[in-house]
Design a protein around this ligand. Structure first.
Ligand code: ADP
Ligand code: MG
Length: 265
């Protein structure tokens, strides 16, 4: 991909360093991260536990301000949370006392944008995710995979153009996870969203991502950028796993991760 340097990236991190400071200590979670994400790309962050993946998402979401460096979205410095960025976590955070429809509409309520048009769009997404008939059900009546779909609809209902996904599939059984991977990629492509996914699962990262960043820890840095070749990238994740070159790429990423484990253990 060729980019003109004058075009702002969808997301850009410039020399981002972040320290967590307590009264007695300071810990450098990430150091000197440079990263550029183009509009519509699907990026995966992989790396050992504690290498700063969640920290990076929090910085992009505007939940934390970097100690040094800049985070830009559309060329503008991030200074707090905005509707433009949707953040979805491993735990679905659905409210058990609200039915599915009311859970989905919660984001719109919080953002103060619950109008007829937005409600209609949220309910359309619910249908699209195969949850239309569960509108009046309660979270306790749904499976883990269905609950994560509800959480995704709630996030998408606010029409963010950037989606941050922090291990959203890790609590799901394998088959549910594979189906949800396909559904998410198809939905994000259709709605032309830019996304960053954090995952522990290397096969998921290779199957879903257009590009991968392998991070290392102490301090968190980019160890390697991996560009996923077209045939794997274009296939939906389930089929991507059967594409020629998938296994080799998986091994390459695995080796990068192993390198970190060996050196730091
Ligand atoms: P990852 O998501 O890759 O597992 P995190 O971004 O959660 O890593 O954390 C990176 C490092 O920063 C870890 O060593 C973690 O202990 C530390 N850390 C994360 N959040 C805080 C915090 N609020 N205060 C102090 N240290 C933190
Ligand atoms: Mg994390």
């Amino acid at each position: 991909m060729i980019h003109l340097s004058s075009t702002p990236a969808k997301i850009e991190l410039c020399h981002v360093t972040h320290l967590y400071v307590t009264p007695t200590s300071a810990f450098m979670a990430v150091k000197g991260i440079d990263l550029r994400v183009e509009e519509g790309e699907f990026i995966c962050l992989v790396g050992p536990s504690g290498c700063g993946k969640t920290t990076l998402l929090s910085l992009i979401a505007g939940l934390e301000r970097p100690t040094a460096g800049k985070v830009l979205i559309d060329g503008k410095e991030v200074s707090g949370t905005t509707r433009q960025v949707g953040y979805m976590l491993q735990h679905d955070y659905l409210f058990s006392w609200r039915n599915i429809e009311d859970n989905v509409l919660l984001g719109l309520e919080i953002q103060g944008i619950k109008n007829a048009e937005n409600v209609e769009y949220a309910l359309y997404l619910l249908e699209e995710m195969g949850l239309g008939e569960f509108r009046k059900a309660y979270p306790g009546q749904l499976s883990g995979g269905m609950r994560q779909r509800v959480a995704l609809v709630r996030t998408l209902a606010c029409q963010p153009d950037v989606l941050l996904l922090d291990e959203p599939f890790s609590a799901l059984d394998y088959q549910t996870k594979l189906k949800l991977e396909d559904l998410i990629i198809a939905t994000l492509r259709k709605h032309k969203k830019t996304a960053i996914l954090v995952t522990h699962d290397l096969s998921e990262a290779v199957a879903m991502g257009d590009r991968l960043f392998v991070l290392e820890r102490n301090p968190g840095r980019v160890r390697k950028e991996v560009i996923v070749p077209d045939p794997i990238r274009q296939a939906l994740p389930l089929h991507a796993r059967n594409e020629v070159g998938f296994t080799q790429l998986f091994r390459e990423v695995w080796k990068e991760m192993e390198g970190d484990t060996v050196e730091n253990s």
